[in-house]
Write a protein that binds this ligand. Structure first.
Ligand SMILES: NC(=O)C1=CN([C@@H]2O[C@H](COP(=O)(O)OP(=O)(O)OC[C@H]3O[C@@H](n4cnc5c(N)ncnc54)[C@H](O)[C@@H]3O)[C@@H](O)[C@H]2O)C=CC1
Ligand SMILES: O=C(O)C(=O)[C@H](O)COP(=O)(O)O
Length: 358
């Protein structure tokens, strides 16, 4: 029997992992030394740094699973040197992040009175999130430019080519040394005047000091979910950024459950077992059933499923009330994905399907 040590906010842990042994839960960013000393399996979120210091306290550890897309909180070199198996959950909450960015783009476009087909959006990092976003924006008739040098697909362009052309620049690259401060004073200066920068990947990708100067100079606008200083929050951004959220772009119910399910499947494989059941059993019922409408109503429906402005207001009010970044993340309201809508569209259903599916 295994001792499984899991982040207290991870859903479905008891339901899926009890068959493997005993479950211990931890709250906050770090498990206690006593818990680590007992753990055979460690299940974490992005807030737990799995580094040499943590591993030194966990001599029995054989399996590490992170219910996240990003892996920059895992010291993979040290984990592998110790012969510990590790895995993450690629794509688990990609739809939720695509919903987040779509809401930012559509509400910003309405607010600034720009014409949707005249908008050019640049996507940097065209993996699980970037490609879903590209499909949705294309379905709405928005011009999309893509930058992803590791993929180097035909038609993709460099960041330097993209910066002066786009009205919206949205970042979807992994964190880590290769993308550290990819957006700094020079790159920001190369963007169009009045452009919108969206960062929902990792805070380390944007140089915070350069961003603050760029915003103070009135050169452009920003929508931010992640911060270089996280979990500390630079309060100057409150008066400078258009919409701010506390690293919740991927926090849908579906995305979180999918993340735990992917770790469960990986532990089954690691133990030579077959998963019992399938993920569909754990999906919540559709949020809204049988919506009928036209493509013109996509915007209204989009805000019904997810409206970034509500999360911005909730975050600002929480900070004003003295709550910390981490406390707010822990109390994030329940949120569904576009895919939870059961829609029947009377006009151009194919386009709407592209928005709601991956
Ligand atoms: N704010 C939030 O709640 C969430 C944030 N994320 C972040 O978003 C990131 C992206 O997620 P996915 O799309 O699922 O990852 P992915 O691994 O599917 O795609 C990342 C893409 O970035 C590309 N890339 C790498 N270096 C690049 C560079 N220098 N320039 C341009 N492209 C580059 C890769 O080739 C790849 O296609 C994650 O690594 C994670 O850090 C993910 C989920 C939730
Ligand atoms: O998946 C990722 O990568 C993320 O950034 C997560 O969505 C962050 O969520 P938690 O670590 O709070 O689960």
């Amino acid at each position: 029997m295994l001792t499984i040590l899991a982040d207290g906010l991870m859903p479905l842990v008891d339901e899926l992992f009890l068959e493997f042994g005993t479950i211990l839960r931890f709250d906050g960013r770090m498990p206690s030394p006593e818990q680590l000393a007992q753990a055979d399996v460690l299940l974490v979120r992005s807030v737990t740094q799995v580094d040499a210091a943590l591993l030194a306290q966990a001599p029995k550890l054989r399996f590490i699973g992170s219910a996240t897309i990003g892996t920059d909180h895992l010291d993979i070199k040290t984990i592998e040197e110790k012969g510990i198996f590790w895995t993450a959950a690629p794509g688990c909450n990609a739809d939720a992040v695509a919903d987040y960015v779509l809401s930012a783009v559509l509400n910003w476009q309405t607010m600034t009175g720009r014409d949707l087909p005249a908008l050019t959006v640049g996507i940097v990092g065209v993996g699980n999130i970037g490609s879903r976003l590209s499909r949705r924006l294309n379905a709405l008739g928005v011009k999309v430019l893509c930058c992803d040098p590791p993929k180097a697909e035909p038609g993709f362009i460099s960041l330097a080519q993209m910066l002066p052309q786009v009205d919206v620049l949205t970042l979807h690259v992994p964190g880590g040394s290769a993308t550290h401060k990819m957006l700094g004073a020079d790159t920001l200066a190369a963007m169009k005047n009045g452009a919108l920068l969206i960062n929902s990947c990792r805070g380390s990708v944007v140089d915070n000091a350069a961003l603050v100067s760029w915003l103070e100079a009135g050169r452009g606008e920003a929508v931010l979910d992640v911060y270089e200083t996280e979990p500390d929050f630079d309060t100057r951004l409150l008066g400078l950024a258009r919409w701010l959220t506390p690293h919740i772009a991927g926090h849908s119910i579906e995305g979180k459950r999918r993340g735990t399910w992917m770790l469960y499947e990986a532990l089954c494989r690691h133990q030579g077992l077959s998963p019992s059941g399938h993920f569909g059993n754990w999906l919540p019922a559709p949020a809204v059933t049988h919506v009928t409408g036209t493509l013109a109503e996509v915007r209204r429906l989009g805000n019904l499923v997810y409206d970034i402005r509500d999360d911005d207001a909730w975050f600002r009010q929480g900070l004003l009330a003295g709550k910390t970044f981490d406390v707010l993340r822990r109390s994030y309201p329940k949120r569904r994905e576009w895919g939870s809508l059961d829609t029947t569209f009377v006009e151009d259903g194919a386009k709407v399907w592209a928005l709601a599916s991956h």
